[in-house]
Design a protein around this ligand. Structure first.
Ligand SMILES: Cc1ncc(COP(=O)(O)O)c(C=O)c1O
Length: 375
C-alpha cells in the first residue's frame, strides 16, 4: 500500500517530456498477450527457430502487401534503428556526403559521424526540408550519396514534408544520382489533416529506401522495424544482417505478424492517435498559457513539438533549472551540428495531459526565474 503511494508520488514528481516513447496505458497489452499465445500455437517451428536474416516470412508478406512490393524487397530488423544502421553500413563510406535535415534525429547524426560521413545539414521549414536550399547546394557542386529525410511528424520538429517537396526531392535525387532514405516511423500516427503518399510509392527509379517501425504502433520493447528498397540493395543488406546476427528476433516478429494479420494493429493505432491528439492539445495550450514567448508549429501527428524561445534564451540553463523542478526535456543543440541554443524538443507521447500541464508550468517557472536573473 505504502509502496504504491510512494511510487505514485514519484511518478507525479518527475515528469519526462524527453523520451520519444508511449506511456504504458496506450499499449495494447491484452491484444499483445493474445497475439503471443496465438503465434506460439499457430507456428511454434517458425517462431522458436533461428529463421533467416530477411525476417519472419508471415510478417514480410504483410509489410510487402502494405507497400505493394515483392517480399524480396523487404528486410525486417530488430527495430528500425537496426535497419538504419544496416543501410548506413552498406552505403556510407568515410568522406561520403550525406544530407540531413537541420534539426534531425540525434541518433542519425551520431551514426553518420561514427562512419566518418561528411554531413550537409539543410534547414527544415514548417513544411519540411528547404528543397530550394538543397537545390542551391547541389548547383554549387555538392555530391551527396544519400539524403536522410523524416517525412512525417519529424523527430524532433514535428513538421511534415509537403507533397510538392516530396516531388521536388525525388526529381533532385534522380537528377543528381543520390538515394533518398525515407525514415518514416511516425506515418501511422496522423490525428489531423490529410495523409500524404510516401516517396517510396511515388518513386519509379529505385531512388528511395524506406524504413518504418512497429515501435510506435505496437510497442517499442518489441524491437521490430523494417526496410523496403530496391531488390539488389536489400539482398546486400540481408548479407550484412546474416553476418551480424544470423536472424533477427523471430519470436518478436511472429507476435507482430499475428498482431498485424488479426487486425489488432488498427485498434492499437486508433488508441495511440486519440491519446496523442489530447496530449498535443494539452502541450500547445499549456505553452500558450504559461510561456507566451514560446513559438512552435503545432504537429498534426506523432510524438514531438519543437519550441523556439526568444533569441538569446539559454536553454542549457533552462534544462538545469527545469531538472531541479523534476522536469526533463531535450535541448535543441542535441539535434543540430550548430545552433539550437534557444530551442527545445518536447515529447508529449509518454505523459498524460494533467502531467503535461504541470510539467510545462514548472518549465515556465524556471524560464521566468532565469529571465529575472538576466534582467
Ligand atoms: C526518426 C527515427 N528513426 C528511427 C527511430 C528508431 O526507432 P526504432 O528502432 O524503435 O524502430 C526513431 C525512434 O525514435 C526515430 O525517431
Amino acid at each position: 500500500m505504502l509502496a504504491g503511494i510512494v511510487s505514485r508520488v514519484a511518478e507525479y514528481t518527475n515528469i519526462s517530456l524527453a523520451r520519444g516513447a508511449p506511456s504504458l496505458d496506450i499499449i495494447a497489452v491484452d491484444d499483445l498477450s493474445a497475439a503471443a499465445r496465438s503465434a506460439f500455437e499457430r507456428d511454434p517451428a517458425g517462431t522458436f527457430a533461428y529463421g533467416t536474416s530477411a525476417g519472419y516470412p508471415h510478417l514480410l508478406e504483410w509489410i510487402a502487401a502494405k507497400h505493394e512490393v515483392e517480399p524480396a524487397r523487404v528486410i525486417a530488423t530488430n527495430g528500425s534503428m537496426q535497419a538504419d544502421a544496416f543501410l548506413f553500413q552498406w552505403l556510407v563510406e568515410p568522406g561520403d556526403l550525406v544530407v540531413v535535415e537541420a534539426p534531425t534525429y540525434d541518433r542519425t547524426l551520431l551514426s553518420l559521424r561514427e562512419l566518418g560521413a561528411d554531413i550537409l545539414a539543410i534547414p527544415l521549414e514548417a513544411d519540411g526540408i528547404d528543397v530550394d536550399a538543397l537545390e542551391v547546394a547541389l548547383g554549387e557542386g555538392a555530391r551527396p550519396k544519400l539524403a536522410h529525410i523524416i517525412p512525417n511528424f519529424q523527430n524532433p520538429a514535428g513538421c511534415t514534408l509537403s507533397l510538392e517537396k516530396r516531388q521536388k526531392l525525388l526529381a533532385l535525387a534522380r537528377e543528381h544520382g543520390f538515394t533518398i532514405f525515407e525514415d518514416d516511423p511516425y506515418v501511422e500516427l496522423r490525428f489531423e489533416g490529410e495523409s500524404l503518399p510516401t516517396m517510396l510509392s511515388m518513386d519509379s527509379a529505385d531512388t528511395v529506401v524506406y524504413a518504418s517501425s512497429f515501435s510506435k504502433t505496437v510497442c517499442p520493447g518489441i524491437r521490430v522495424g523494417y526496410l523496403v528498397g530496391p531488390g539488389d540493395l536489400i539482398g546486400g543488406i540481408r548479407k550484412v544482417a546474416t553476418n551480424t546476427y544470423i536472424s533477427p528476433n523471430m519470436v518478436a516478429q511472429s507476435i507482430v505478424a499475428e498482431f498485424c494479420h488479426s487486425g489488432a494493429i488498427e485498434r492499437s493505432i486508433e488508441t495511440v492517435k486519440a491519446a496523442l491528439r489530447e496530449r498535443r492539445d494539452a502541450t500547445a495550450e499549456a505553452l500558450e498559457r504559461h510561456i507566451p514567448d514560446a513559438r512552435f508549429v503545432s504537429p498534426q501527428g506523432g510524438y514531438f513539438l519543437w519550441v523556439d524561445l526568444p533569441e538569446g534564451s539559454d536553454v542549457a540553463a533552462l534544462e538545469t533549472a527545469s531538472q531541479e523542478r523534476g522536469v526533463v526535456f531535450v535541448k535543441g543543440t542535441d539535434f543540430l551540428i550548430e545552433g539550437g541554443e534557444s530551442s527545445l524538443r518536447i515529447a508529449y507521447s509518454g505523459v498524460p495531459p494533467d502531467q503535461i500541464e504541470e510539467g510545462i508550468a514548472r518549465v515556465a517557472d524556471a524560464y521566468r526565474e532565469l529571465a529575472g536573473a538576466a534582467a
